[in-house]
Design a protein around this ligand. Structure first.
Ligand SMILES: Cc1cc2nc3c(=O)[nH]c(=O)nc-3n(C[C@H](O)[C@H](O)[C@H](O)COP(=O)(O)OP(=O)(O)OC[C@H]3O[C@@H](n4cnc5c(N)ncnc54)[C@H](O)[C@@H]3O)c2cc1C
Length: 366
């Protein structure tokens, strides 16, 4: 198979690159190891068909000062679907002693923005403009070689090896994941490889739990759905409802360290429902659906360093200059500029995509 630009990663950054290259009439193929597009953007249909509103098990929010996110929402004509995080009313704190306290003025995500239907709407819109045959899911890049006239890539599809010849290659994935899943010829310099391993992937060690309900019973009690707990298993809780009615939902970040969560999904889900009953009342007892996603167990987001080692936002990142005589480029949120503070966020995924497209369009391989 031949392509002009091979993009590794059908996350937000990789899809944005493919979308922009298409607008510039540059042919591209996107490969992704997962069976779905979106990467860390993962909105699960709350209901029994694929068109049900999505509950965001990856990112939920963007912010009014994020110029690229606002511009993309406008470009994709999604402005009517943007709404503010629900934060009216009191929040609840649960202390180690079991004491509950209702508090005002600490709605930590007030003013943040969400998309009706979940953030998957954004990646679906981006992909709609692309030729479906140009996105290969279940396709994991295992090796890339810099040849005299381009790139020779080995992609593993359902255990079979597929060879792709490309003029140029873009890594649109966390540097740590690339370092763990891809080998290259010539090999990366030891210092570059060390930097890739040292660049934390934002939120990669987290797990998220959501429960959906037919009514927003917490709002009816004057509660915002915001909560913090010293007991857990959820450390931080927010309203995750759709703005247009059911499903209403609460979600929380699991406060248990990644290594202590292994194989405990069922137990954690049950304990999370019990916690919601403690904090929000007995109406929380019978959710319509519960969802649990442990990102630390997902090898195409998380590595052992994200589970047990250095986490948080990167304080340094890989050198994002084109490599291999303008054949190899970097994207993905973790490669966005550290100085703007966008790296790791959705805004950073777009910033990195913009940079990669600028580099691709202005560089010559002749
Ligand atoms: C629980 C959670 C909550 C978050 N909350 C927020 C939030 O509220 N706001 C916010 O701005 N950000 C948030 N983030 C971060 C946000 O999700 C990311 O910034 C963004 O999705 C990154 O997009 P990306 O395309 O750079 O990378 P990814 O989404 O990680 O995409 C990379 C893709 O590359 C693929 N891949 C990797 N290696 C290979 C390989 N060898 N071969 C083929 N494919 C490969 C992966 O399968 C993946 O699909 C959150 C993240 C998580 C996990």
């Amino acid at each position: 198979m031949n392509t002009d630009v091979l993009i590794v990663g059908a996350g937000f950054s990789g899809l944005r690159i493919a979308h922009q290259l298409k607008q510039n009439h540059v042919q591209a193929t996107v490969v992704d190891a997962r069976s779905r597009i979106g990467g860390r953007i993962h909105s699960i249909a709350a209901g029994h068909d694929d068109f049900a509103p999505g509950i965001d098990m990856g990112p939920s929010w963007f912010w009014p000062w994020q110029a690229r996110m606002l511009a993309l929402v406008k470009e994709l004509k999604l402005e009517p679907q943007v709404f503010e995080q629900y934060s009216e009313g009191l929040s609840i704190a649960e202390y180690r002693t079991g004491r509950l306290e209702r508090q005002s003025g600490i709605a930590s995500m007030a003013g943040s923005l969400r998309i009706n239907g979940g953030l998957r709407v954004l990646v679906e819109k981006l992909s709609h403009g692309l030729d479906p045959a140009s996105i290969l899911n279940n396709s994991s890049l295992s090796h890339a070689t810099h040849t005299h006239d381009g790139i020779s890539a080995t992609v593993v599809q359902a255990g079979e090896s597929l060879s792709i010849q490309a003029k140029r290659l873009v890594f649109a994935a966390p540097p740590r994941v690339i370092a763990n899943t891809v080998t290259v010829t010539p090999p990366f310099a030891a210092a570059d490889l060390a930097l890739m391993h040292d660049t934390p992937t934002w939120m990669a060690g987290q797990a998220k739990f959501s429960a959906t309900y037919s009514s927003p019973f917490w709002r009816e009690q004057g509660l915002s759905g915001d909560g913090v707990s010293e007991i857990g298993p959820l450390g931080e809780i927010h309203d995750a409802s759709s703005p247009t009615g059911a499903p209403y939902a609460l979600f929380g970040f699991v406060g248990i360290p990644a290594s202590a969560r292994v194989n405990r999904g069922q137990e954690i889900k049950q304990a999370a429902v019990e916690q919601l009953v403690r904090m929000f009342g007995k109406s929380a007892k019978n959710p319509e659906q519960v969802f649990y996603k442990d990102w630390a167990e997902d090898d195409f987001t998380s590595t052992h360093q994200d589970r047990d080692g250095q986490r948080g936002h990167a304080h340094q990142t890989v050198d994002t200059s084109p490599m291999w005589d303008n054949r190899l480029f970097w994207a993905g949120s973790e490669t966005a500029s550290i100085s703007t503070g966008d790296n790791g966020y959705l805004e950073g995924a777009l910033a990195a995509a913009d940079r990669a497209v600028r580099q691709l369009m202005s560089s010559s391989t002749e």
